[in-house]
Design a protein around this ligand. Structure first.
Ligand code: AMP
Ligand code: ZN
Ligand code: FE
Ligand code: FE
Length: 290
């Protein structure tokens, strides 16, 4: 069983449509794929409608969260198999997603102040109906020849956290997020907690508090974690009785990682599905729902 629990489609900042993503996941030999777009579940219906036989879809989302008070650490919470209609979590997803538009416009404004001839209309076009994010802005910067690659835009000079054109987004308190996901019948897994290049990492004490608040697991096998970080996170997880996952965080052509590059142990996947009560994994029926 090959299980990849973290991917993005055009419903946020990936480049595969949800239908392309599930087809590519099957072609990559995956048995299970989770669709976890930033702050939205809008890609799920199209992914389900196109789901190939032999591939199971885990519905999810990656929620933009903040941890701590005065100088919060930005964290991403992977939420799996929650009830998409549960009103409180639905409202929070909408707030997070909707705030991305004025925030992205503010980033574009800062870039223009820096002399970059970027226009919001082009960024909006690139984002289409997906949750707009910095990768869309980075794509526009590549088109303008300001940077060579999407990754090159994530520097202090441009749009990295705290960078010259950075604007923070509205974020959900991480503890609130864990509680809301659990209350909606979902399973909560902290994404890439040791990804240093994205800014400050999650302090060990905060991880323990999140575990107390109901966090189910942490993502360990991820491209942004070096081997020492993975070992450290695995030991921490064992001490806190947290599940450990592995996943690609695939973004199509916007990121240099293949579907299934990192995977989750089938036993841990089984435990995730046992804990979920808000939704259930959907096995593909050859592109048509039975
Ligand atoms: P946003 O959600 O708008 O704050 O943008 C965050 C997204 O940017 C993440 O989900 C990643 O997909 C992407 N990202 C963050 N850092 C980098 C980086 N160094 N290189 C490429 N993409 C990045
Ligand atoms: Zn992303
Ligand atoms: Fe993330
Ligand atoms: Fe992600």
């Amino acid at each position: 069983m090959r299980i990849d629990l973290h991917t993005h489609s055009t419903a946020s900042d990936g480049t595969d449509t949800p239908a392309e993503l599930v087809r590519n996941a099957a072609a990559a030999g995956l048995d299970v794929v989770a669709l976890t777009d930033h702050d939205t579940t809008r890609g799920h219906a199209a992914a389900l409608a196109a789901l190939p036989a032999g591939l199971t879809l885990v519905t999810g989302a990656e929620l933009s969260c903040a941890l701590g008070g005065a100088e919060p650490v930005r964290v991403h919470l992977l939420a799996y198999l929650f009830d998409p209609a549960e009103p409180t979590l639905l409202r929070e997803r909408e707030l997070l997603r909707d705030d991305r538009v004025p925030r992205a416009r503010a980033i574009v404004g800062k870039l223009r102040d820096l002399g970059v001839p970027i226009v919001w209309e082009r960024v909006a076009e690139i984002a289409g109906d997906g949750s707009v994010g910095r990768p869309h802005i980075a794509t526009a910067l590549v088109e303008l020849g300001v940077v060579a690659t999407v990754s090159d835009a994530f520097t202090p000079e441009w749009i990295a956290d705290g960078g010259r054109a950075y604007v923070p987004q509205h974020e959900l308190d991480a503890f609130t997020a864990v509680r809301l996901v659990k209350a909606a019948g979902g399973v909560a897994v902290l994404a890439h907690p040791g990804a240093v290049k994205r800014g400050r990492t999650v302090p060990d004490a905060a991880l323990a508090e999140l575990a107390d608040a109901g966090l189910d697991g942490i993502e360990v096998d991820h491209m942004d974690h070096d081997p020492a970080t993975r070992d450290r996170l695995r030991a921490l997880a064992a001490g806190l009785s947290l599940l450990t996952t592995g996943s690609s965080d695939y973004h199509g052509s916007r990121k240099d990682v293949a579907l299934g590059a990192y995977t989750t142990d089938p036993e841990i996947y089984g435990e995730i599905t046992r804990r979920a009560t808000g939704a259930f994994p959907v096995p593909g029926a050859g592109g048509r729902r039975p």
